[in-house]
Write a protein of this length. Structure first.
Length: 138
């Protein structure tokens, strides 16, 4: 009887060891994310053009044109002024000390097309080109 119990215990230990140490494929997919890829994925770039100057904008997801311009102005030689209108958003009055006036206004374009929304509502995407043009008003 002791031999049967001893033999059973030995078999149980051996089977447990084999089950624990035998490599198995996981049924659930594993995702490995490095910190570097998270940082790279969360910040992308767009371009801002005014007259003959070009600026790179570091943008994040759901960032508006005005928030990217404010960030640029705090870190570069780029300047602008304007006014916030409740319910309408921010309107740009001057860029790099060139003021609207005399029938001319600052108009912005997104990827070569006149923007359909204001700077407070236009969301930037990676690779976008925002261009400000000083144009005659309508």
């Amino acid at each position: 009887m002791k031999q049967t119990i001893l033999l059973g215990a030995t078999v149980a230990v051996v089977l447990t060891a084999v089950f624990v140490y035998v490599p198995r494929e996981s049924s659930a997919p594993q995702t490995i994310i490095s910190v570097q890829s998270l940082v790279t994925a969360s910040t992308t770039q767009a371009t801002l053009k005014v007259d003959d100057k070009t600026y790179l904008l570091n943008i994040t997801q759901n960032e508006t044109v005005i928030s990217a311009m404010r960030a640029l102005a705090s870190a570069d030689t780029f300047t602008f002024t304007g006014r916030e209108y409740p319910g309408l958003g921010f309107f740009v009055d001057s860029i790099n000390e060139k003021k609207s006036g005399g029938g001319n206004y600052w108009v912005f374009y997104v990827n070569g097309v006149s923007a359909s929304m204001g700077v407070s509502a236009t969301l930037l995407q990676a690779g976008d080109i925002i261009e400000w043009k000083y144009e005659k008003g309508y």
